[in-house]
Design a protein around this ligand. Structure first.
Ligand code: SF4
Ligand SMILES: [Zn+2]
Length: 504
């Protein structure tokens, strides 16, 4: 655990994210290039940075389903395995990968506070085989249409559901593309009817109003199709098993090696268990690595999701691991009146709800701490060393055994070992820490509102009163501007678009 301050510079990752692979024969995602089921050649999938690819949760699957049905009238993905790869964006933003193809980008749009799916070419090519909705067919196609705006007289047909601003599938012969409609179907049809009438009357007065902006268009073939075979999670584990065994062997050796170093062999070892998936894996690896299973500690910040403390206790009991619960009590409430809501650039609560209680507990005594932090989680975590002294907790040396794992490896390990993971993940949360954390995305705050309405409304009421006391504009809370003191450029831009003056 380290404090995040506004002065801390982002250390950008310059290297590309490590790829994943896809066995097109078994239709299975792989963490190495070899399929453990069929040994056939696999396809390399290059990921957007930071590359923390994971399995789509049931909640995220339901969002995809709703968008596909609402916008395209079909969901051809059925029970296929879907991967999501978190990339940069204003809020939650993921590349959607299915059957070894990039379907599109699923993102929470802050301007409308709702989900959007922007198809890419492969996604458009797949959907075009199942739907005629949200589709524009061109009557002609010159070269280099990608990035161009075209007039309605180049449109042969336009599905009736299209309104201005809609994301659409663009078709011409074997070309498939994606674009944005600038006019609705009504207008396009009206302009084209008038143009036809003018042509019939030998009148050259053709209306060339821009009707469609084409983002990208290209020839697609059989490689842009869904694969008939749908794999099960058991098969995915089998196919990845040799790689998983190697990964966990390496981690066990790392933990053993560090714990057995002369300087540490009398030092107590703990696992910090937050209730999250990463520390769950470290807990299990530590059990396998060490003769005496280390104790776990859980910092209860007082801002935990309601079921989290019970889950943490249950897992430790089932694993026969001694658990210390370190409680922050009312520290948050005792400080908020004086300090105002915590923000991403001023996380005072990490200090009072985590650092103060843990320092009180350990009291400077030397100890090793096995921590589930990983370098692919974010750009700021890209340079985690194998171990480091924690300057904020005197006596603590942190060891990061799974620092090189991506979320997909964590999940595969959990499924392989049949560990009980936190049910918050299936509900759509990606982090199981404090429920009101300013570092959480607005998509996650909306989920809190949906699943824990009472908790949310208490916090929402506090924020609105605070905004009123500080003369902050309408929308400051709804759109999540309260999460910064000094707003980043993307939020300043959003405020400008929404007409919300930022001042504090
Ligand atoms: S709310 Fe966020 S910033 Fe505050 S203690 Fe929890 S994790 Fe840290
Ligand atoms: Zn295979």
């Amino acid at each position: 655990m380290t404090l995040n301050t506004s002065n801390k510079k982002r250390s950008k990752v310059n290297r590309p994210a490590p790829p994943i692979y896809w066995c097109m024969n078994c239709n299975i995602p792989l963490i190495t290039s070899r399929c453990g089921l069929c040994s056939k050649q696999t396809k390399q999938i290059n990921l957007g940075l930071p590359g923390d690819v994971r399995f789509c949760s049931p909640y995220e699957r339901s969002i995809l389903h709703d968008i596909l049905i609402t916008e395209y009238g079909t969901d051809p993905l059925e029970s296929r395995l879907i991967l999501l790869n978190k990339i940069g964006g204003d809020d939650k933003t993921d590349q959607v990968i299915v059957d070894g193809l990039f379907l599109g980008i699923l993102h929470f749009n802050l301007a409308i506070l709702d989900w959007k799916l922007d198809l890419n070419i492969e996604g458009a090519a797949i959907l075009a085989q199942y739907t005629g909705r949200r589709t524009i067919e061109l009557s002609e196609a010159g070269r280099h249409l990608s990035g161009k705006t075209i007039p309605s007289d180049m449109i042969r047909q336009c599905s009736k559901d299209i309104r201005p601003g809609d994301e659409v599938i663009v078709k011409y012969a074997r070309l498939v593309g994606v674009g944005t409609a600038l006019l609705g179907e009504n207008e396009i049809t009206k302009i084209n009817n008038n143009n036809n009438k003018n042509n019939d009357n030998k009148n050259n007065n053709t209306n060339k109003a821009p009707a469609l902006r084409i983002r990208k268009i290209k020839k697609t073939g059989p490689q842009s199709q869904l694969i008939e075979r749908i794999a099960t999670m058991d098969e995915v584990i089998q196919a990845n098993r040799p790689a998983l065994e190697q990964l966990s062997r390496d981690c066990v050796n790392t933990i053993r090696g560090l714990a057995n170093q002369k300087q540490y062999n009398q030092t107590p070892i703990y696992v910090s268990f937050s209730g999250g998936k990463d520390s769950l894996v470290v807990l299990d690896l530590a059990r396998s690595a060490l003769k005496h299973t280390p104790a776990a500690y859980f910092i209860n910040t007082g801002l935990e999701f309601p079921d989290n403390p019970e889950y943490v206790k249950r897992v430790c009991k089932d694993m026969d691991i001694e658990l210390f619960e370190i409680k922050a009590g009312n520290a948050f409430l005792e400080n908020i009146e004086k300090l105002g809501p915590p923000t991403k650039d001023c996380r005072w609560c990490c200090n009072v709800c985590k650092l103060v209680p843990i320092n009180h507990e350990h009291d400077g005594k030397p100890h090793l701490n096995l921590d589930g932090k990983r370098r692919f989680e974010s750009f700021t975590r890209s340079r985690i060393p194998p171990k480091e002294e924690n300057p904020l907790v005197p006596g603590q040396v942190n060891i990061y055994p799974i620092r090189n794992w991506r979320a997909i490896e964590v999940w595969l390990y959990i499924y392989w070992k049949e560990l009980e993971y936190n049910s918050l993940y299936d509900k759509g949360f990606e982090r199981v820490g404090c429920w009101l954390c300013p570092a959480a995305l607005i998509a996650e705050h909306c989920l809190v509102k949906q699943i824990y309405p009472e908790l949310y409304s208490r916090w929402d009421k506090y924020l609105h009163n605070w905004a009123l006391d500080n003369n902050l504009p309408k929308g400051y809370i709804e759109y999540g501007f309260w999460r910064w003191r000094e707003h980043p450029p993307k939020m300043k831009l959003l405020a400008e678009q929404l007409g919300i003056p930022l001042r504090i």
